[in-house]
Design a protein around this ligand. Structure first.
Ligand code: PFF
Length: 443
């Protein structure tokens, strides 16, 4: 396979693929519950700030590096370092990315499996339901979780095995527009059946009294996770970008779509939560527990609920493929393994690590790993608040300080002013803020 000639067809395919990676459980499941547990508006504001001044400059850098060097994150970083006469140790960013991808996929698939299961649970709703008991029933059975985790990861591996052009491209062209339409239907439903004004002020009027150091770290981690940054996923997709595509514009559209979907998810969920007098800070179960009881109550709730969890599963699938792609791209480009074998083997590793997350709902629920967190929460913490921000920090340092500026300038194009602006942010703002937020958390 000649990686030089393999490109997305048309400008929108890259944008859809990158937006497909970015929009996922992080937006629809993670963002609302994190906003809910961190007091609403202030978290949303800090999150938006992180997207704009940390995330966007790093996204531009990842796409630029991928587009120029056209390889897996490992070879992209190695070639980039060589061309700028820097140490080949910078390829460690790529290795860190491959590992982070497999670690995230391991628990992502367990959660996405629950979403798949909930499509059928919602469709089968009849009258009143004890949604806490239902969630406990679903998660207390390792076998049931295992079944859906296995189905989800097999679909992911199958798409990646088919290759970027025929697998990812065909899927996202179908999935992304479907996702957007379903989201709009959910917001209209919330507008009609929910308490829209209370939700709006909860999400958009900040109360800084609830903000702690951890709010910043959590908002920053959420921004990295949601934009798929810090592990080479977007870099990998950038490798298939056509040479004449605009990077600034594409990055802004992807970050904008990701933010829009997170906000729409908030507006689809909170009006209903408030209308039914449910607390917004119920944590990771917000979508599964609070919403299910609400769907049970709504007219045509089983259909709306089924659609909602279908939407969540679709969003998860277009993200999970980008978690697997960097490591598969590495094995395929080195001709170590064929693409299909690499896909199923790496998915198998993620599947196996995922067993720990799956068991943390039941048999292992008492075991703690990092601090007082169970296995799933520890993996989530490791990825969101450590691996991704650290990966992003090093990408920023490399792109800002190590990469020859003339290379960056040639790749990015555009006006001198925009280039200077990006350079200022990637040198002084993004890395300093990521580092600062890490330190702020420690003291
Ligand atoms: N951005 C995805 C989400 O919000 O669900 C998750 C994700 C995908 C994170 C790909 C990182 C990544 F590389």
């Amino acid at each position: 396979m000649n990686k030089e000639t393999l490109t997305w067809v048309g400008k929108w395919t890259f944008i859809l693929a990158a937006a497909g990676s970015a929009v996922g459980l992080g937006n629809i499941w993670g963002f609302p519950y994190k906003a809910g547990t961190n007091g609403g508006g202030a978290f949303v504001l800090i999150y938006l700030g992180c997207i704009l001044i940390i995330g966007l400059p790093i996204m531009i850098s990842e796409i630029m590096l991928g587009k120029r060097y056209r390889g897996s994150p490992v070879s992209t970083m190695k070639d980039a370092a060589t061309e700028s006469a820097s140490s080949s140790n910078w390829q460690a960013i790529g290795w860190g990315g491959l590992i982070a991808g497999v670690v995230i996929l391991s628990f992502y698939s367990v959660l996405a499996g629950i979403c798949l299961n909930y499509i059928f649970i919602s469709l089968g709703l009849e009258g009143e339901i004890d949604s806490i008991a239902k969630f406990q029933q679903v998660t207390s059975s390792p076998l049931q979780l295992l079944l859906w985790h296995t189905i989800f990861i097999l679909i992911t591996a199958w798409i990646i095995a088919a290759g970027v052009i025929s697998g990812i491209e065909r899927m996202v062209k179908l999935l992304m527009p479907m996702l957007f339409i379903l989201m709009i239907i959910m917001v209209i439903n919330a507008f009609i059946n929910g308490n829209f004004s209370q939700a709006f002020s909860f999400l958009f009027s900040p109360d800084f009294s609830a903000v702690t150091a951890n709010t910043y770290l959590s908002a920053m981690g959420q921004a990295f996770f949601s934009l798929s940054l810090g592990m080479g996923a977007i870099m990998c997709y950038g490798a298939y970008m056509s040479p004449d595509q605009e990077i600034y514009e594409s990055s802004a559209i992807v970050a904008g779509l990701d933010t829009l979907i997170a906000m729409l998810a908030g507006l689809a969920i909170f009006p209903i939560i408030f209308a039914y007098g449910v607390e917004p800070n119920s944590g990771p179960g917000l979508v599964f527990i609070s919403l299910l009881s609400i769907f049970a109550d709504l007219p045509f709730g089983n259909i709306i609920g089924g659609l909602f969890f279908l939407l969540l599963s679709i969003a998860a699938l277009s993200s999970s493929i980008s978690l697997l792609e960097p490591s598969v791209a590495y094995f395929a480009e080195k001709n170590i393994l064929s693409r299909p074998i690499a896909s199923f083997m790496l998915a198998g590793i993620a599947w196996f690590i995922g067993l720990g997350s799956l068991l943390s709902f039941n048999v292992w629920s008492e075991y703690t790993f990092i601090g007082s967190r169970n296995f799933l929460d520890s993996m989530d913490l490791l990825a969101n608040q450590f691996l991704l921000p650290l990966g992003g920090l090093f990408v920023a340092i490399f792109a800002g300080w190590k990469l020859n500026p003339s290379i960056a300038k040639a790749e990015l194009g555009g006006s001198e002013f925009v280039f200077r602006l990006w350079q200022f942010f990637i040198r002084f703002i993004s890395p300093v803020l990521v580092f600062g937020i890490f330190i702020f958390q420690l003291i």
